[in-house]
Design a protein. Structure first.
Length: 95
């Protein structure tokens, strides 16, 4: 009697394990392979990390000092003319 109950129990356990393996095969492994393909495509879109083809090498990323000085000088000069325009437009002529 106990042997028959044990066999029934083992069959139930085996069925649940088979169902779990089928679920993994049908869903989880296919999802994993789809994610792998997607990430591989993304990696192919990124440039290779060598110095000739790299889009970011870290060198001169913010520009040279000369360019920075020129930008600062231009921005202050344009800022002064902009301030003068605002001041002159704030005064209205009385007629």
């Amino acid at each position: 009697m106990k042997i028959a109950e044990r066999i029934d129990y083992l069959r139930k356990v085996n069925l649940s394990r088979v169902a779990e393996l089928e679920y993994m095969r049908d869903y989880e492994l296919k999802e994993f392979s789809a994610n792998t393909k997607h990430l591989t495509r993304l990696l192919d879109l990124l440039p290779m990390l060598n110095h000739q083809r790299c889009f970011y090498s870290g060198k001169h990323i913010e520009g040279s000092r000369r360019r920075k000085k020129r930008f600062i000088n231009n921005s202050t000069a344009s800022g002064e003319s902009y301030n003068n325009e605002i001041i002159s437009s704030s005064y209205t002529t009385v007629s």
